[in-house]
Unconditional design. Structure first.
Length: 600
């Protein structure tokens, strides 16, 4: 096995400096003015396309790359070099090139064909070098818009990007709201935190303090700032990984570095990995480009203050997907939550998923969690198919079991909600209730779900679902921001019952709660006659040792809580699911499901 094979699992493993055989070139006359002053006398954009633009020109998807990426997002054929997102883009992939027209352009300021510091300045006949002006993410997006204009596309089906690519997608949504139907953001943020900014500062210092940097005028010399650029990339790779992924990659053989001819320290396996990545990066990247693009990333800022961020995203009209990864400490999930909260406050359509991953920031480029983030991206680009396969809900209930096939409580809950009302469904699972309500043209429908795979299924139905734990509260939702908040068949699995119900009544004018009645005659008889614990969730699906339920809820006890808290019971529906109707006898023992509508 070669050293390259050893490191192929990294996000940079298959990239090379070889020419991009399928890259196209768009030459635009200048001047191209820049947001921080100055202008380029002309602009060249290198880009690649995959698939076919349909007659309606409505199947175009723009994919935006990260700092070290380029236009080569995927292979064009079996003989082509690997792309940086082959796992997501291609025939039969989640971004299916048989259905969609995929566009990926090397960014302005890049070094893979688009005008950048290593390009020839037509005014001097020499490389721009340090004279290349400062650029912003806004400049990058305006150059992309010029390309989209050239291709004759008025409105993009979606803009998809991770890391720096996600920043570009945000600007498409907020600055060109009429030109994009959806954006999918992965492992990104609306602004860098101070720690991420600090790493970029150190990386740039490594480059500019390299003795061969020559003030940026190193073109044509025997040596450029290879050492500084390699160190910057080595530092970057540390931030792309996580503690867990570094442990997985390097701990078992930490004292057995890969054989590598390098001037960098390689006494440990992690050292040989970083040296290899740094030296490979120098082969295909330009130091001045690194400086310009990293500064553009660092200056990107949609707002530190929640109100400023809310106002910024309020300009958008598209559907948003925000994906973060639990072990990403470069763009931590907390920042994605801030963005989601701003989108919710602005009343925008948004779904989010915080994917559990050990891979760190690199996770959005790898296959580790592709089975979750791939369908999410596909669903947003598709617009939601409106269907969902047989599966299990957030508590693990079989969707075909009696409670969850007919879901009599769903029918009664729908009957309690006025047409057109805004609804927040907590623990929404795969979105069964929300899908029913959508058919009635409600003003706004949003779900909250903890299980990531259920989120993906619900988003696949075209629903807006926020991946969150309701036990942590509903702080992302403003007071009285919904007409109705629903919690169906989940109360028995909630630890902080009072807190969750109080939050429901804060966020919604009406709270609707359904739960299995643990005092049902069948359960009482099972306990008294057989000495067996009640099986209240999904009928006989669970046993006492594997049930997700943590408490037994009875109708009588629930009503006692309502009286204690002073909550008004606006409606009570008791059901016998065996007959599909309200019981003829005592509902306290003859009903196995109860539905309540509460208000303050």
């Amino acid at each position: 096995m070669t050293t390259a094979d050893t490191f192929a699992a990294s996000s940079d493993g298959a990239r090379s400096a070889r020419p991009l055989r399928h890259a196209k070139r768009l030459d635009l006359p200048g001047p191209f003015t820049l947001e921080r002053g100055g202008a380029l006398p002309a602009l060249t954009i290198a880009y690649e396309t995959y698939g076919t633009l349909n007659a309606e020109r409505d199947n175009a998807v723009l994919v935006c790359h990260a700092l070290s990426g380029d236009s080569h997002v995927a292979r064009h054929d079996e003989s082509d070099d690997p792309g940086w997102w082959d796992c997501l883009v291609g025939p039969g992939q989640h971004l299916d090139t048989r259905r969609f027209f995929i566009i990926c352009a090397n960014v302005l300021g890049g070094c893979r064909g688009t005008t950048g510091p290593d390009s020839i300045d037509p005014r001097s006949g020499a490389a721009y070098g340090p004279a290349f002006p400062e650029i912003t993410m806004g400049d990058v997006v305006r150059s992309q818009a010029a390309l989209i204009d050239h291709l004759g596309i008025e409105r993009l089906r979606a803009v998809v990007g991770g890391s720096m690519g996600g920043m570009q997608a945000m600007l498409w949504a907020t600055r060109h709201p009429q030109r994009v139907a959806a954006v999918a953001l992965l492992a990104t943020a609306h602004r860098l935190n101070a720690q991420a900014l600090a790493f970029d500062v150190v990386a740039r210092n490594a480059i500019i303090r390299d003795p061969d940097f020559a003030g940026g005028a190193y073109y044509g010399r025997e040596h450029g700032p290879e050492v500084g650029l390699a160190i910057a990339r080595m530092l970057g790779h540390i931030t792309y990984l996580s503690r867990e992924s570094m442990q997985d990659k390097f701990e078992a053989d930490r004292h057995r570095p890969r054989p590598l001819d390098t001037a960098f320290e390689a006494q440990f396996s992690v050292g040989s990995y970083l040296a290899y990545q740094g030296e490979r990066f120098v082969e295909r990247f330009d130091a001045n480009t690194y400086l310009r693009l990293s500064l553009a990333i660092d200056r990107f800022d949609l707002g530190a203050d929640p109100s400023v961020l809310r106002d910024a995203v309020a300009a958008s009209t598209c559907r948003w997907l925000v994906v973060s990864y639990s072990s990403d400490w470069l763009f931590p999930p907390a920042q994605s939550r801030e963005l989601v909260r701003a989108l919710l406050a602005a009343g925008r359509q948004v779904s989010s998923c915080e994917i559990t991953s050990r891979a760190g920031h690199d996770a959005f480029l790898l296959t580790n969690e592709l089975d979750i983030y791939g369908p999410l991206v596909q669903a947003v680009v598709d617009g939601g198919s409106g269907s969902v396969p047989r599966t299990v809900d957030a508590l693990g209930h079989d969707a075909g079991a009696i409670f969850y096939h007919d879901r009599l409580d769903y029918e009664r809950i729908c009957g309690l909600i006025k047409p057109g009302a805004s609804v927040l469904d907590l623990g929404c699972g795969a979105g069964g209730l929300l899908a029913r309500l959508r058919d009635r043209d409600h003003a706004r429908l949003v779900g909250v779900e903890l299980d990531q795979r259920q989120v993906a299924l619900a988003v696949g139905r075209g629903l807006d679902v926020v991946n969150a734990d309701i036990e942590a509260g509903l702080a992302q939702f403003a007071t009285r921001s919904f007409d109705v908040v629903v919690l169906s068949q989940t109360l028995q699995a909630v630890r902080g019952v009072e807190h969750v119900l109080e939050e429901m009544l804060r966020v919604g004018a009406t709270a609707i709660v359904s739960f299995p009645n643990a005092a049902h005659r069948r359960h009482r008889e099972r306990l008294s006659r057989l000495g067996r614990a009640p099986e209240t969730t999904g009928l006989t699906r669970y046993h006492w040792y594997n049930t997700p339920d943590i408490r037994l809820v009875t109708i009588a006890d629930f009503e006692d809580l309502c009286e204690l808290k002073g909550w008004r019971v606006r409606s009570r529906i008791c059901l016998d699911t065996a007959t599909g109707a309200e019981p003829a006898g005592d509902p306290l023992v003859d009903a196995d499901v109860a539905v309540y509508a509460l208000s303050l």
